[in-house]
Design a protein around this ligand. Structure first.
Ligand SMILES: C[S@@+](CC[C@H](N)C(=O)[O-])C[C@H]1O[C@@H](n2cnc3c(N)ncnc32)[C@H](O)[C@@H]1O
Length: 279
C-alpha cells in the first residue's frame, strides 16, 4: 500500500501500513486509555474545531468527535493509508463524521489559525524534526486554542528489559522516547515543555499518568507488540535469533506477575499541554 513518506522518517508510513490490520487488536488496553487521558485534558466542547495529527486508527479522533458534537468538526491526519482505512470504517460504524486525510504531520497541509484543539497521541517522536513540526502545529491554533501531546515517560524496568533484548537490531524507524535516553527532549517533563514553549505555545505544563498494562500472558504480550510499531523490532531480529529473544523476553515477563498471576507492567504517559493566547 502506498504512503506519503516525503518529509517523514523513512519507513514509518510503510511500517504502519504493515501493522494496521493488527494495531490495537490484541485486547490489551493501551492506546484507548492514553487517548482518553489526552482528550480529557483538552476538554473539547460543542462546536469546536479539532485536528488529530497522526490519528492512526482513531483512538483520540473518536473521542474528539464526540466531544465537539454535531456542530463541531474534526480532521484526522495520518501518513498511513492502512491506518486511515480502519479509522474510516470504525468511525462510519459509529455514525461519526470526520475529515480523514493522508498527509505528513511534519508539514500539515491545513489552514493556520483555524483550530481550537490540536491533539497528537504517540506521534511526535516519529518525526525527524519534532521542534520544527511543533512550531507548525502551534500555528494551526486559533487564538485561545489548546494543544496536547501524549508521549512516553518512565517505563516498568521489566518492560525495559524486554525491549532491550531487541536493542541490538533496532531499526531507526523504531526509535521512540523509551530508547532515546534522558538527554533527548522526550526524556523529561522539562524537555518536552521546553520543546513546546520554543514552538510558541504558552501556559505550557505537564500531567503524567501511570498506566497499568495488563498483558496477562506472554503470548498476549507478543500479539500486542507485533500489533504496534514494535513489529519492526521483531522484523529486525535475524530468524535464527527469534526463539532466543522470545525466551529471554518471556523470562523477564515472568518477573511481572501480579497477585492474580497475570503479567502486568506499567508505563508512564506524559501529557504536555499548552495553548495560544488570545490577542
Ligand atoms: C503509535 S501510532 C499512534 C496512532 C494514534 N494516534 C493512537 O493513539 O492510536 C503512530 C501513528 O503516527 C503515524 N505517523 C508517524 N509519522 C507520521 C507523520 N510524519 N505524519 C503523519 N502521521 C505519522 C503513524 O502512521 C501511526 O498511525
Amino acid at each position: 500500500m502506498a504512503d506519503s513518506d516525503s518529509g517523514a522518517r523513512p519507513g514509518v508510513g510503510a511500517l504502519f501500513n504493515a501493522v494496521a490490520d493488527d494495531y490495537d487488536q490484541s485486547g490489551v488496553d493501551f492506546f484507548a486509555p492514553i487517548a482518553q487521558g489526552l482528550v480529557d485534558e483538552l476538554a473539547p466542547t460543542s462546536g469546536e474545531r479539532a485536528v488529530d495529527l497522526g490519528c492512526g486508527r482513531g483512538a483520540a479522533t473518536v473521542l474528539l468527535t464526540r466531544g465537539v458534537g454535531a456542530t463541531g468538526s474534526v480532521v484526522g491526519l495520518d501518513l498511513s493509508e492502512g491506518m486511515l482505512a480502519h479509522a474510516r470504517a470504525d468511525l462510519d460504524r459509529q455514525g461519526l463524521v470526520v475529515d480523514l486525510r493522508v498527509g505528513d504531520a511534519s508539514e500539515p497541509d491545513l489552514p493556520t489559525g483555524e483550530f481550537d484543539i490540536v491533539a497528537s497521541s504517540l506521534v511526535l517522536f516519529f518525526l525527524p524534526e519534532p521542534r520544527v513540526a511543533l512550531e507548525r502545529w502551534v500555528h494551526l491554533l486559533a487564538p485561545g486554542g489548546r494543544i496536547g501531546l501524549a508521549t512516553f515517560g518512565d517505563q516498568d524496568p521489566v518492560w525495559g528489559s524486554v525491549d532491550r533484548e531487541f536493542r541490538p537490531w533496532l531499526p531507526p524507524a523504531m526509535r521512540d522516547p523509551r530508547v532515546m535516553g534522558p538527554q533527548s527532549h522526550f526524556g523529561s517533563d522539562e524537555g518536552m515543555e521546553q520543546l513546546l514553549s520554543d514552538a510558541g505555545a504558552t501556559d505550557v505544563r505537564t500531567r503524567s499518568v501511570r498506566l497499568p498494562v495488563r498483558f496477562g500472558t506472554v503470548e498476549r504480550w507478543e500479539a500486542f507488540s507485533r500489533g504496534t510499531g514494535q513489529r519492526a523490532m521483531w522484523a529486525s531480529v535475524p530468524p535464527d535469533e527469534v526463539a532466543g529473544v522470545r525466551d529471554r523476553a518471556a523470562a523477564h515477563l515472568e518477573g511481572a506477575r501480579n497477585g492474580h498471576g497475570e503479567i502486568e507492567v506499567w508505563q508512564d504517559i506524559r501529557y504536555t499541554l499548552g495553548g495560544r493566547p488570545h490577542p
